[in-house]
Write a protein that binds this ligand. Structure first.
Ligand code: HEM
Ligand code: HEM
Length: 185
């Protein structure tokens, strides 16, 4: 009788694994850049010449990546859910859904903010001027700005929870079948 000492790990499809890590790097970079550019003094030339345009371009890129990822996900065979205790399984799924929602809403709020601000020079996607869909209105701009900021930092909180969960399953769970990290690497 043979024992399956190294059972084959059921992995996410390669495209989803690559996009997961590319998107993770972009999100952390966008949050770091967003925070830096808002605290930098206005006299620093790089603030409006470099950081704002790059933040907007990469922010739109993340939105497109998430759309692609959701489309690929809908057409793929995904690994069976890990055998987690019911409450942890619910929490992990809720965090995934909430992250996907914010991954779409945060860039949309960024776009709405940049588009509605009276003094904004619009949204450029690596040099391509995207259409301005919203009328200029500084009161709406303030609302979008508040939502963009609050939801971006809420996304960061969820990512921290998500990473803590992945590391807990990797290092602290007794049941080795709940180590989901190899599925996404
Ligand atoms: C900005 C950073 C990140 C975001 C937005 C993010 C988002 C997500 C999302 C939405 C999923 C669900 C995939 C699906 O079913 O479609 C997922 C899966 C996963 N992520 Fe992340 N992730 C990030 C960073 C990380 C990091 C740093 C780690 C590891 C330390 C990690 C570990 C995992 C694992 C292990 C899974 C698979 C979970 C499972 O199979 O049940 N993620 N991630
Ligand atoms: C997932 C994508 C994005 C993330 C995670 C993100 C994150 C952030 C963060 C953390 C800040 C700093 C907020 C503060 O501390 O006040 C910020 C600021 C900003 N973001 Fe984003 N952002 C994203 C996409 C976008 C997009 C697509 C645009 C525009 C097209 C955009 C435009 C801006 C602008 C203009 C600011 C500066 C706001 C101000 O001056 O008060 N962002 N972003």
């Amino acid at each position: 009788m043979s024992h399956d000492v190294h059972p084959t790990i059921e992995k996410y499809p390669a495209a989803l694994r690559i996009l997961h890590w590319v998107r993770a790097l972009l999100i952390l970079g966008l949050i770091a850049a967003g925070w830096t550019m808002t605290v930098l003094d206005d006299v620093v030339l790089a603030k409006f010449n470099l950081l704002y345009p790059l933040h907007k371009s990469f922010g739109v890129l993340v939105f497109l990546i998430v759309l692609a990822q959701l489309a690929i996900r809908a057409r793929s065979r995904l690994p069976e859910p890990a055998p987690l205790p019911a409450q942890e399984s619910l929490l992990s799924q809720a965090v995934h859904v909430a992250m996907y929602a914010l991954l779409l809403i945060v860039p949309l709020m960024g776009y709405a903010m940049s588009s509605s601000y009276t003094d904004s020079d619009g949204v450029f996607f690596f040099g391509i001027h995207l259409p301005e869909i919203l009328p200029k209105d500084d009161d709406r701009f303030k609302l979008f700005q508040f939502l963009h900021k609050t939801l971006a930092y809420s996304l960061l909180a969820l990512v921290i929870l998500h990473v803590a969960g992945a590391l807990k399953h990797r290092y602290f769970d007794k049941d080795r079948r709940t180590n989901v990290l190899p599925r996404i690497i």
